[in-house]
Design a protein around this ligand. Structure first.
Ligand SMILES: Nc1ncnc2c1ncn2[C@@H]1O[C@H](COP(=O)(O)OP(=O)(O)OP(=O)(O)O)[C@@H](O)[C@H]1O
Length: 262
């Protein structure tokens, strides 16, 4: 759903190299408010690199990126106040309690302490973590940590949310809640940039799916449009088809044979 005519993110001719290796080979994208973008691709395709560049975490690229109508390389980091980020593996401050960590992040975003504390506490409670709000993060399970990171990314009521494999370790009930949260946020005009390898979830929640392979966009459309293009039924099959992969049985057989030493 496009709530505004002007894109909230535009990417033009984005290229990025590490040494001699070109990992992004000309990405062009217009992303609109209210879209849930499923950004998918094989390992090493360039997904995290794209996201890190948009977040201003990685420089030395060519091309142009505008977020909220401003070129992100203009030296003004104001746009970061209106974005949230859930990284694939978050270093979260183990020795802090949930309350300390989340109020700290809230304050970094410009909330005052009590406002951050109140919001964090309510969100933690809704994610089932009220009891551990004052416990050290080092005692949290993997899924509990992930939920705390998700809470931290939502404290500033972001207009754009970048999520890199956000569901890791989360149980089925929590996943159901979070998927619903994303759909609700998108319906309120928030933009979600969702990168994951869990095809069932991407298929279900994305209003637009972008498949990147070898640093280039090889498909961009709704799930139904991609289905039509590749003549396959599930997103997993479309993914295999559009990335030219049909050897899973053969590779699996070879792995088993190596394991068995035959
Ligand atoms: N800091 C770096 N230095 C050198 N090469 C890098 C660096 N970061 C990424 N790369 C390379 O860039 C390519 C794209 O990596 P990227 O992390 O963007 O892939 P990805 O699509 O997110 O993969 P995955 O699904 O495994 O997370 C890979 O070949 C990777 O080795």
């Amino acid at each position: 759903m496009e709530l505004h005519n002007k894109p909230i993110i535009t990417i033009r001719g984005l290229e990025k190299s590490f040494g001699d290796k070109k990992v992004l080979k000309g990405i062009n994208l217009d992303i609109y408010s209210g879209q849930i973008i499923g950004y998918i691709g094989p390992n090493g395709a360039g997904k995290s690199t794209t996201v890190k560049i948009m977040l201003g975490l990685m420089g030395k690229y060519t091309g142009e990126i505008n977020i909220f109508g401003r070129n992100i390389s203009d030296g003004n980091a104001e746009y970061k106040k209106k974005i949230g980020y859930v990284p694939e593996t978050a270093d979260i401050y183990d020795n802090l309690t949930g309350r300390e960590y989340l109020t700290f992040i809230g304050e970094l975003y410009g909330l005052d302490h009590d406002e951050a504390d109140e919001k964090a506490m309510r969100l933690m409670e809704l994610f089932g973590l009220k009891e551990v709000y004052d416990s050290r993060i080092s005692s949290y399970s993997k899924g509990m940590r992930q939920k705390a990171v998700i809470v931290s990314s939502l404290l500033n009521n972001p207009d754009i949310l970048f999520l890199d494999e956000p569901l890791s370790g989360m149980d089925a009930n929590s996943v159901m809640v979070f998927k619903e949260v994303l759909t609700e946020l998108a319906s309120k005009g928030k933009t979600i940039f969702y990168s994951s390898h869990i095809m069932e979830v991407v298929e279900k929640i994305s209003s637009r799916i972008i498949l990147i392979n070898g640093g280039q966009i090889v498909a961009d459309g709704t799930f139904d449009e991609l289905k039509e293009k590749s003549m396959e039924g599930s997103l997993e099959e479309i993914f295999n088809d559009l990335t030219g992969f049909n050897e899973h049985k053969d590779i699996a057989a070879q792995i088993v044979s190596v394991v068995q030493g035959v």
